[in-house]
Design a binder for this molecule. Structure first.
Ligand code: UDX
Length: 447
């Protein structure tokens, strides 16, 4: 089989590469000539574990290639996937669909035989129908089957998520489209991946409902964490105990500074807006968006409080800048809300992130970056852990203690145990667990 993938952003590049690994001849298309040039040389514009090797392997095997020439790429393809960006329109939370519609029209005009056109970008309900209208207008004489095939990839584990998904969703109103997509995903039959075939509208809604539900779960446990702090309870134990109920499930109950990234903030907002537009307000998700935004704003206050109420003239060592580990993505990262607030309040910020510093350097002016975690600690008044990278989980605590001016750690990801940190001589503050001061023996203290 042969496919074209329009858009070499995160979703397009990962999906295109994984399809080629499935044995499908795949041409990835992008308008950005410089990006295509770099991809052709094997240089990957995003940080995603395993992607570079997989691209190289499939390029070598002749199954994967990159081009700016959309016309040639879609010519003769069994399916064309649209995986272009759908940014939030400034201010109003609507997904901007102009790239999707432009790509659909361009593809339709270039097609030379009946083809399945698949939206992979996350798009509001009804977009597939509009794509169908656009392609029917552009090429009334040609049979173009429009389908929706949402992705559920997580940054940092996207290849595994594609190769071993919990399910594949196919939204289409023609048997031909379903048959082509089923053939493309055939390698997954072996591992008995459920394939949900449904209408386009339902498939579009599934994607938003899935992300909004997960964002709701996180926000729920974050508010429970606030409650725990007020009464000296432990949110880890709460999450574990409720999660052991199979109806609730343990995943996505890790309390933290609020969700970020390229999907949850954008998709929850778009879900809220389209819900209102269609007369079905999503009031729970509306609260989730509001609570999460406020939470991120409030996180800096915790660091200020740990520094005896003022960070003016103090140095804060920040560990982790990206919105989560194993990515260089800074979009809606907690660091983006926290660091500028601390700077405004007079703090000097020294930061280290294993892969996010290049990206962060342009987004966070005035931050001094270090070569590793220890390099930012010297003489600092407080350490703030903002991302749970593995390399922060087993720091040499004696070395940390010796380097700091004040032994204060604010751990917004709960990667350490409070009792151990107090025993190691730190005042340790985390999320939804009793704060522990240096030397305390596990006595629960209220923050
Ligand atoms: C998410 C979805 O998981 C994925 O299915 C979808 O296709 C795209 O959006 P991603 O944004 O890569 O993936 O990251 P994810 O691992 O889901 O984390 C999102 C945010 O939630 C991060 O800021 C993370 O720190 C936060 N999070 C996640 C928590 O705070 N607690 C949790 O228990 C889980």
């Amino acid at each position: 089989m042969r496919i074209a993938m329009i858009g070499t952003g995160y979703v397009g590049l990962v999906s295109g590469t994984c399809f080629s690994e499935f044995g499908v001849r795949t041409i990835c298309v992008d308008k950005n000539a410089e990006k295509i040039e770099r991809l052709t040389q094997g240089r990957i514009p995003i940080y995603e574990p395993g992607l570079e090797q997989l691209v190289a392997k499939n390029v070598r095997a002749g199954r994967l290639s990159f081009t700016t020439d959309l016309e040639t790429a879609v010519d003769g393809a069994d399916a064309v996937f649209i995986a272009v960006g759908t940014p939030s329109r400034r201010g109003d939370g609507h997904a901007d669909l102009s790239f999707v519609f432009a790509a659909a029209e361009e593809v339709a005009l270039a097609l030379t035989k009946p083809t399945v056109l698949v939206t992979k970008s996350t798009v509001p309900v009804g977009t597939g129908r509009r794509v169908r209208e656009i392609v029917a207008k552009a090429r009334p004489e040609l049979e173009i089957h429009v389908a929706s095939n949402p992705e559920f990839l997580r940054e940092g584990s996207a290849i595994n998520d594609f190769m071993r998904p919990d399910r594949v969703v196919i939204g289409a109103d023609s048997d031909k489209a379903v048959a082509v997509l089923r053939r493309l995903y055939r390698p997954l039959y072996l591992i008995e991946t459920p394939i949900v075939t449904t209408t386009r509208e339902t498939a579009e809604l599934i994607k938003y409902a899935a992300n909004s539900f997960l964002a709701t779960k996180i926000t729920f446990i974050n508010e429970v964490a606030d409650f725990c702090e007020q009464v000296g309870a432990n949110v880890h134990d709460v999450a574990r105990a409720i999660g052991l109920d199979g109806r609730i499930g343990r995943k996505f109950l890790h309390a933290g500074p609020g969700f970020g990234g390229s999907c949850f903030p954008k998709d929850t907002q778009a879900f809220v807006h389209s819900g209102r537009e269609f007369g079905a307000p999503q009031r729970i998700v509306e609260s989730v968006v509001k609570v999460n935004d406020e939470r991120k704003e409030r996180m800096a206050e915790r660091i200020v409080a740990a520094c005896d109420g003022s960070v003016d003239g103090k140095t804060i060592a920040v560990l982790g800048l990206t919105f989560k580990p194993n990515t260089d993505d800074m979009r809606d990262a907690a660091s983006m809300a926290i660091i500028p607030t601390l700077q405004t309040e007079g703090a000097t910020i020294r930061a280290y992130d294993p892969v996010g510093m290049t990206e962060a350097a342009t987004l966070l002016p005035g931050v001094e970056f270090g070569a590793d975690a220890y390099a930012v600690l010297d003489g600092a008044d407080c350490v703030a852990i903002l991302t749970e990278w593995n390399e922060f989980r087993a720091l040499d605590l004696d070395r940390v203690a010796a380097a700091l001016k004040r032994r204060v750690i604010v751990d917004l990801r709960n990667i350490y145990r409070p009792v151990e940190m107090a025993a190691a001589g730190f005042d340790y503050y985390s999320i939804g667990r009793p704060a522990m001061r240096s030397g305390e023996q596990g006595k629960a203290t209220k923050k």
